[in-house]
Write a protein that binds this ligand. Sequence first.
Ligand SMILES: NC(=O)c1ccc[n+]([C@@H]2O[C@H](COP(=O)([O-])OP(=O)(O)OC[C@H]3O[C@@H](n4cnc5c(N)ncnc54)[C@H](O)[C@@H]3O)[C@@H](O)[C@H]2O)c1
Length: 245
Amino acid sequence: MRLEDKVTIVTGSTSGMGLVEAEVLAKEGAKVVVVGRNEKALKEVTETIIKNGGEAIGIRADITTAAGVQELFDKVMSTYGRVDVLVNNAGVFDKYTKLLDTSDELWDSIFTINLKSIYWLTKLVLPQMIERQSGAIVNIASVAGLVAGKGGASYTASKHAVIGLTKHMSSEYARFGIKINAICPGTIVTPLIADSVDNIPKDLVPTRCFGQPEEVADLCVFLASDEAKFMNGSIIPIDGGYTIQ
Ligand SMILES: NC(=O)c1ccc[n+]([C@@H]2O[C@H](COP(=O)([O-])OP(=O)(O)OC[C@H]3O[C@@H](n4cnc5c(N)ncnc54)[C@H](O)[C@@H]3O)[C@@H](O)[C@H]2O)c1
């Protein structure tokens, strides 16, 4: 297995891409920490992983506050004593809200979940990775972090910022044996875009189809594994070719 015994936190893993990432990482041997807000969903996801022969624990956490993120990290450390892989997956969409229609509340909530949670959690996880000279961090950004038109003002700005933060961190911490990369999914069929998926034209995508969460999860496994040891600071679109046009 490619991730044997690697303690792996996946934020926002009770639905959509995060859920599938948690399942696929566990199939590759990772000890997965499923993170979410809903106790029932946490129980269901962890039970499914365990039933399928994997290892997982569910931790209920509020990643919109520094204290909530600290509590999450402390619980993982007291259970496993280390974090080998961090997948910063949790995110919220702004439903294409343009700048002039964006409220301060919307801006702040999008930036807190999409960016600040990564800043908080990565700051906690990195020192013990540096100490062990080993670790992998995968940030789930978006094609909205590369081009305009795939989100509104706050989503687009927050995902560009995730890419900027990924570049900064990967340039500073790779020397300690930590690889940090970002995945930029195009349209992937998940609950996040369930409201709008029928209105997104497929003819803007060269493959003429949308992606599935499993495809992103497979890329995540690769970036978390030792096979990707020379991958660092890569910003990888998985978008059917949307951003090449
Ligand atoms: N679906 C797409 O087309 C698409 C495309 C590009 C990028 N993304 C990104 O992929 C990631 C996963 O999105 P998804 O499509 O699976 O959506 P989703 O809505 O199914 O999942 C988002 C996850 O984030 C969690 N989350 C949201 N707010 C939270 C909060 N306050 N505290 C804790 N967790 C919170 C949710 O509980 C959920 O588990 C996001 O970062 C999203 O921006 C999605």
